[in-house]
Structures are given as C-alpha cells and as structure tokens.
Design a binder for this molecule. Sequence first.
Ligand code: FDA
Length: 308
Amino acid sequence: MLAPLLLAASRSGRMRRLAGSTPMTRPVVDRFVAGETLADALTAVHSLTRHGIDVTLDHLGEDVTDAVRARATRDAYLRLLEALGPEGLGGRAEVSVKLSAFGQTLPGGHDIALAAARTVCEAADAIGTTVTLDMEDHTTVDSTLAILAELRRDHPRTGAVLQAYLFRTEDDVRSLVGRGSRVRLVKGAYKEPPSVAHQDGHEVDRAYVRCLRVLMAGDGYPMIGSHDPRLIAIARELADRNDRARDSYEVQMLYGIRDAEQRRLVAEEGLRVRAYVPYGADWYGYFMRRIAERPANLTFFLRSFTTR
Ligand code: FDA
C-alpha cells in the first residue's frame, strides 16, 4: 500500500523542495548517495575498488525540463570521465546514465538525448570504459532501446537495463542476447499500471527468472542487478548449467545496500561484483525509490525531519 504512495511522491516537485531544504535529511540520504561532488564520488570509488568491487557511476538527475540542464548533466558526465581516466580507473569504473536527464522528454528529446549520449560514449571509449543506459518508466522504453541500437553501431559495448516487471521485457531480452550485448536485468523501480507491468512481487520474481534463463543461455554479458539472494543463487546455478566462466557475467548492487554481501561475494565466492554509485545534488527521485523498495527505510527518513 505504501510503496505506490512513495513512488508517486518521488515525482512531486513540492516534496523534492521540502526534502532538499531540510539539512537533517542528509545523514539518511548519505546511506544511499555517495555525496554531492565529484570528489565525493571518487572517494567512494577508491574505497569500493580497494575491496575488489567494480563500480558504475550515476550523476544524479532525471526528468529535466530544459535544454540548459540537459547540457549541464552531459557536461557533468564528461568531467567525471575526464577525472576517471588519469586515475587508471577506466577498466573498473563505468558510467550509468538516465536519458531523461539528457533531455529525452523535451520536444525533440529523442535526438537531443541521443546526441548527448553519443558524446558521453565517445569520452568513455577514450578512457577504455563504457556506458549503461538506465531504464526509466515504461513510456521511455522504446526510445531508450532505439537510442541503444544507434549507440551500439559505434560503441558496441554500450549496455542497457531491462525491467522484469514489464510484460514486454521477455521479448526485449530475446532481442538483446547476441555477442557483445550487455544487459543489466532488474526487477523495476517505477510505479507502473497493471496494463503494462506485473503488480505482484512473486510474479515479478518469476518473470525475472524467465528473463535470466534467456540471458544466461545467450552470448551476451548478463549483469544481475539485484540484492535478492534467491535470484543471485539462481543466476549462479544457471551460469554453471550454461558453462559460463566467472568473468562472463557479474552481480550488481546499489551503493549502501547489502555492502557486506557485496564484499563477501568478491572475497569468498570469487564473483565479479559492481556497485552502482550515485552522486550529485539532485538525489530526491533516486532516494525516494530506495525508500519505496523498503518502506522500513521510511522510519529513518521521517525521524530526520523531527530530530533536531
Ligand atoms: P528486493 O526488493 O526483493 O530486495 C531484496 C533484498 O535486498 C531486501 O530484502 C533487502 O534486504 C535488500 N534491499 C533491496 N532494496 C533495498 C533498499 N532500498 N533498502 C534497503 N535494503 C534493500 N530499476 C529501474 O527501474 N531502472 C534501472 O535502471 C535500475 N538500475 C538498477 C541498477 C542496479 C545496479 C540495481 C541493483 C538496481 C537497479 N534498479 C533499477 C532497481 C531495481 O529495479 C529494484 O527496484 C531494486 O534493485 C530492488 O529489487 P531487488 O532485486 O534488490 O529485490
């Protein structure tokens, strides 16, 4: 009951302003967000890579409503990639982008977002790394997959996220299992209507496993984007069944969630693990989706408004 309300709040401008103006929310936000600056992000990258965990960095922002902000987001990614290169992190750090932050939903936004993503892919290539396109609400999926196809012509390692809760995803997975294809499979984090997405958690899990079977049997590079121990166990079983080498797939988790497990999977199980590290000032939408996934987190968040 609570999750849909929280997801609706994640898109409320008023709530965004209220949360942003309350400094006491900061410690709660810090659990899920590496900080506001590029320097904060690099500190998190160093600490994770020291533990053998690779990273994908997200400069926070989404749903931009003007071209100036869209260009600013693109430029933030260019600065990030410029900073990662000399640190020799190109091999271990990639970037994740939300096309709505590049202007995808503006008039003519498909082409604006494609041009920005192309520039970021070129900068990523230059330091030996790559880009993954995050997936947002279902209205953007066709545009995002079309942009992916365009980008992969010149940058074949560009990755995409597919969301198991969408009915269409089993077909999308089948079209992205070829050699070189990088797909991060997630359950899905947006509020979607019953006409397009499974609403029941068990149905989502079952759909996830069906997609996983196709990805693990394919020739691409599956990225298991989940903290769910059952799904990770199934992924490993499928990897064995398909004779996959340990470096032919990876597990991905979000910064601040199941940290000890991320380190254990690397140190004790020899798995390749990547943490998704968000940073930047525009944390509200991302943060609210993390709260909606686990409403127990809400208690800590609300307490931060009342404890002074
Ligand atoms: P589930 O929600 O069942 O969680 C399993 C366990 O993980 C929980 O029991 C709890 O222990 C822990 N956990 C999970 N979420 C937590 C939280 N917020 N706080 C504390 N503990 C938590 N979605 C999307 O729509 N588009 C995208 O592009 C992405 N990108 C993405 C990248 C990566 C690397 C990950 C891991 C996830 C995403 N997601 C996403 C989010 C995804 O769709 C999903 O909402 C979350 O991963 C939660 O689902 P789980 O598979 O972890 O299972």
